[in-house]
Ligand binder design. Structure first.
Ligand code: PLP
Length: 389
């Protein structure tokens, strides 16, 4: 068989299990609504939580940076790519996060694989929540440390595993807000365990930065535990409406990453417009709690509306509101029916979520109106009924 035939066979096999993925092309900007195939639909699936991706202040900052500093950084940061804009953004992030220093990575995926592979090596042990994001899982694998997976949010299981560890270095790694369920890591218990068992902690605030805490710094800020967490990672492409990611912590941590994180050292620095947009976003996020309040209000309204429509929902924990359907084919059918009625929320299927828990991962944003949220509730309730009928 030729290569193409092998590949086509693999794709057919995915399609046969309702697991083949296709992209949908979006027109216009990312906002409360987006254009799909010429029609305007409600977007209920992006991570643009605060509605900043199309904000005029970010666009103006990006345009000004394009004019002043050009379209590309031209090199990796240790060569000549670390520009004044990057330096300024890192200082602003360190201040925002209340840490000594911060480092900007090309993406959240880069940050996670970069940090884990830099901090751990063979013989170390990493304790990882079973529902951690794929980039953390890949970082654990890349580090060559022994990976101990603990049951989701289960600190008794984590403690059992920590108690038997004899490794040189122990690191507990967890999403702070879980990307597909929206539930939150029990940070206070994790910190207590880490201190008792001499372990370090890394948290991934991809879905908490901009969303939790008085200044939107994340769940570390909201819980007051930031000073006891070794590594905080967050993204700039979700609530912050730009692209890239940051790691915040001690100066020693950041200096070590500058030396050892291969995903940082061997990759071109982010382009000036992206950095300038992120800097504008950090200032807005810190100063404007009203956006966070609007986001939370919309998320609560959506969750309550779906519950009132008779849909069994997980407890409300964050602006990620999963509508768990079950089988992949059924989730696809609910998503198609919702789109036909003007709501975009694609089906999330294995391996992104465990078998039998395919879902629509609903994420309202700050700039949706109450009327749009109510419309989404009635569309989704109708789509669930269509599928179950
Ligand atoms: C929890 C989590 N961590 C990391 C990432 C990766 O971030 P990025 O999209 O910036 O690569 C994502 C999502 O993409 C995520 O959901």
């Amino acid at each position: 068989m030729r290569a193409e035939q092998h590949l086509a066979h693999e794709l057919d096999e995915l399609a046969g299990r309702h697991l083949r993925r296709v992209r949908r092309t979006i027109g216009g900007m990312q906002g409360a609504t987006v254009r799909v195939g010429g029609s305007e639909v409600l977007c209920l699936c992006s991570n643009n939580y605060l509605g900043l991706a199309d904000d005029a202040r970010l666009r103006d900052a990006a345009t000004a940076a394009l004019a002043e500093a050009g379209s590309g950084a031209g090199a990796s940061p240790l060569i000549s790519g670390h520009m004044e804009l990057h330096e300024r953004l890192e200082r602003a992030i360190a201040q925002w996060q209340g840490c000594e220093a911060a480092l900007v990575f090309g993406s959240g995926y880069h940050a996670n694989i970069g940090v884990l592979a830099a901090l751990l090596r063979a013989g170390d042990e990493v304790f990882s929540d079973e529902l951690n994001h794929a980039s953390l899982i890949d970082g654990c694998r890349l580090s060559r440390a022994d990976v101990r997976v603990y049951r989701h949010l289960d600190t008794s299981d984590l403690e059992r595993q920590l108690a038997t560890s004899r490794a040189r270095r122990r690191l507990i790694v967890t999403d702070s807000v879980f990307s597909m369920d929206g539930d939150r890591a029990p940070l206070a218990d994790i910190v207590a365990l880490a201190e008792r068992h001499d372990a370090w902690i890394m948290i991934d605030e991809a879905h908490a930065a901009g969303v939790f805490g008085d200044t939107g710094a994340g769940l570390a800020e909201a819980t007051g535990l930031g000073g006891r967490i070794t590594v905080r990672m967050g993204t700039l492409g979700k609530a912050l409406g730009s692209y890239g990611a940051f790691v915040a912590g001690s100066r020693a941590l950041i200096e070590l990453l500058v030396n050892r994180a291969r995903a940082y050292v061997y990759s071109t620095a982010l382009p000036p417009p992206v950095i300038a947009a992120a800097e504008a976003a950090v200032a807005i996020v810190r100063a404007d709690p009203a956006r966070r309040e609007a986001l939370w209000g919309n998320a609560r309204r959506l969750h309550q509306g779906l519950e009132r429509a008779g849909i069994a929902m997980q407890p409300f924990a964050s602006p990620i509101v999963p509508l768990v359907v079950g089988e992949a084919a059924d989730a696809l059918s609910v998503a198609e029916s919702a789109l036909a009625r003007g709501v975009l929320a694609p089906a999330i299927r294995p391996p992104t979520v465990p078998q039998g828990t395919a879902r629509l991962r609903l994420t309202p944003i700050a700039t949706h109106t109450a009327e749009q949220i109510d419309r989404a509730v009635s569309v989704l309730a109708g789509a669930m009924q269509d599928t179950r009928a």
